[in-house]
Design a protein around this ligand. Sequence first.
Ligand code: FAD
Length: 390
Amino acid sequence: MKTLNTDVSIIGAGPTGLCLAYALAEAGLQVTLIDRQPLESLQTPDFDGREIALTHESRRLMQQWGLWAHLPSDEISNLRHARVLDGSLTKGMFIEASLGGQSQLGWFVPNHLIRWAGFQQIAQHPNVTLLAESTTCHVSTTDQHATVTLEDGRHIHSQLLVAADSRFSQTRRALGVPAPMIDYGKSMMVFRAEHTVAHDHIAWEWFGYGQTRAHLPLNGNRSSVVLTLPQHEMEQLNALDDEAFNQNISQRYQYRLGAMRRISKRNVYPLVGTYAARFHGQRFALIGDAAVGMHPVTAHGFNLGILSVKHLSNRIIKALNNGQDFSAPAVLRGYTRDHRLSSLPLFAATNFIVSLYTNDRARLPRQALLKAANAIVPFKKLVATCGRTK
Ligand SMILES: Cc1cc2nc3c(=O)[nH]c(=O)nc-3n(C[C@H](O)[C@H](O)[C@H](O)COP(=O)(O)OP(=O)(O)OC[C@H]3O[C@@H](n4cnc5c(N)ncnc54)[C@H](O)[C@@H]3O)c2cc1C
């Protein structure tokens, strides 16, 4: 069977795999990108309900790697400020962009368009080989190289193997990296809605009792509705016809956005998080959700994923410039260090928020903490500048 030789093989052509393929190909490395999805799905990904809140740093990196220029301007929505509410609180914590020295906190861009933009960047790149509809059946590494074997019998030899195959990464498991999974026991529904009251480009995270609601402001009187419920309640909601569904949602949001009407398909995701025990090993590294799978409540999954691409590609490019082996243990150790520093505090803070604000017996501490946080300007400054972290 045929053997392909390449510098770097990446398993997973999701947003992070695509960004890394481009960054390394631009640095002169030959990259082979492997995904089990058919070419058509990678070329024109379907709308999947996710609107990704991008920080200033993520936008800068997407500009640097050429993705930003592909995004249709009417699909980029401004995130000016954010409000966090609990139960019946009408004010809660208000995070103003100016606290972080910016005119806005970030931007919303649909996930499928990030994938589409990433695909545009690698599609014609002379240093990238894309193997679509390719399922891996075996991966292994030695101190000399990594080998990926596909189900059709082809072998891919590379100096470095990168797993970018989601939080449920089979590559991570095959390489023997433990990654405890946290099942949050809830499901999240996402869809676009029109509403009669203007949102002023202020996002809300509204913790309730038995449910969590959020709305992410999109251009016009439209928002992405993000609703978290136990699975059995989600199934009941999903079974409603259009009229009953719209009424149910408007009521859940207590008409704060007026009457709401769903204008896209609804997608439901199980809420599962993970944090890999290490982000590298002999001739391999983990990036994106395969390294850190965040709960979406703080909207930082892809923002951390793109940071993992920055950290790994910077280490690799530095080694190349110094004429060193770009997948030597010291290079990969440096990557793990950088990415752990960026991700661990945020992962821990996110899980703390989830555990407190989904505990319906802690109503008083929840509201007290939110009021206190709103009064502590340095804390709010920290939250507002989170997106500027380099
Ligand atoms: C509802 C929701 C809302 C979110 N909102 C935000 C937000 O506002 N801000 C934010 O920063 N993040 C957000 N996220 C997180 C963000 O979507 C993820 O962090 C991001 O998509 C991860 O990208 P990835 O490339 O690492 O993995 P994925 O997007 O999961 O892509 C993995 C790729 O690997 C491929 N693959 C998997 N297994 C194999 C295999 N065995 N062989 C070959 N290919 C394989 C898949 O086909 C896929 O193309 C949200 C997530 C959800 C669920």
